[in-house]
Design a protein around this ligand. Sequence first.
Ligand code: XMP
Length: 511
Amino acid sequence: MQHNKVLILDFGSQYTQLIARRVRELNIYCEIHPFNKIPLDLDSFKAVVLSGSPISVRGKAVLHPDLSQIRGKKPLLAVCYGAQYLAHFSGGEVAESNTREYGRAHLNFIKEGEEFFRGITKGSQVWMSHSDTIKQLPSKGVLLASTHDVENAAYKIEGENTYAIQFHPEVYHSSDGKQLLENFLVHIAEVEQDWTPASFVEETVDTLKEQLGDDKVVLGLSGGVDSSVAAMLLHKAIGKNLYCIFVNNGLLRKNEFVDVLEQYEGMGLNVKGVDASARFLDALEGKSDPEEKRKAIGRVFIEVFDDEAHLIKDVQWLAQGTIYPDVIESVSATGGPSATIKSHHNVGGLPDFMKLKVVEPLKALFKDEVRRVGASMDMDKKLLGRHPFPGPGLAIRILGDLTREKVRILQEVDAIFINNLRTWNLYDSVWQAGAILLPVNSVGVMGDERTYEKCVALRAVESTDGMTADWVNLPYEFLQKTSNEIINKVKGVNRVVYDISSKPPATIEWE
Ligand code: XMP
């Protein structure tokens, strides 16, 4: 079945992915493409959205694609930069604004009887983030809404299905943003809302059956949401021809290898647990640099996985739990490649020498959609709600060099922290949590004895995608009880601190 599709042309805004999420929340399928790469199958898209951008239409580096295949031919919604772009290049005027236009504003004028503003009334809160402003509308522009500071906050083009807005409907702070997107997409562009987790499962399973036939597929399970949901979809499609491998790298959480393996077996998956802890820990010996640790783990993982995959006779496919944010070709506003902060996804890309064809059933989905798809297949809520956990595991939470004893200590501390979050019903409101073993000893006193032992940091953050994050304001009483329990129960630790740094400037992991 061909879904109704919406095209989002990305001009590099930090919010572009949010537009896609909001559109998907309306059960409409959409794709993000760079502004200068209009897809060849443009005919299959029923409507187009232009994103915002950090760039000014007045600058030398203006992003100026040819939209002649789209403009006036398909319903078009231009957001922020998009709205300025249409004005600037079609007879209007864009100038630097005199007042700062960031954050909250309210629509104090809305043209009556407009389908675009169906169900939205005067006073509606919108979110602004721009330093240029539209002084004059483009030719055939009709004013639709204003705020106190921004007269041309929304307009349409007479005789076309083209709408433009200066504010951001995709952010939650625009209180009627979703309604506005629905008005445009559903009522004006008449895009059908036919994209649901259940329809996704049905179609994906059919496609996988067709694509894979009787072929054998190998998949590396990590215990996380993405690989587990990918495995379930493949299991539905090809059953026992799916061979799952779950590697214990010795850097998992306490009891995780056994617990998760049991859970996978309970789900009916054909899964082999491979305990390669010693191989990983040996390879890490003497390494204290974070990137060196990541590389060593990545290398051993590939070796172990490759050995195991070759034991499966005639395997032809490698399945991966890649999701949409990993594949979107992002537009760099400054033109240059972005700096490597950390080499993530070390276990994501397996090398070409494996000579396997790659199948990625989740590569069109966002994380929250992966969870919804998992839920629609009745997968365990606890598994679907698991916090993200990095591929190199506890290795990057033990700062500096790593020993088996340090892994043991951190596993104990982490288990207390995570169990307490669950007991206090805080686990689901935190995006990610974990403990970090610091490379310092500090003086303490236990009984009448002086101690000189390890210090651990606890970290709990809220986030939507891990790109930005803030520390969670955990209750004092929770921190107090958890800290006491850790110091009393974990031999070798005499001090606990709580990390109150946001990302940026800090990162979520300490290494
Ligand atoms: P940072 O520390 O960059 O982390 O703020 C953002 C998210 O990525 C995870 N992370 C990793 N995941 N391999 C992974 O698979 C890695 O090397 C790695 N480093 C960080 C981190 O846990 C957080 O969810």
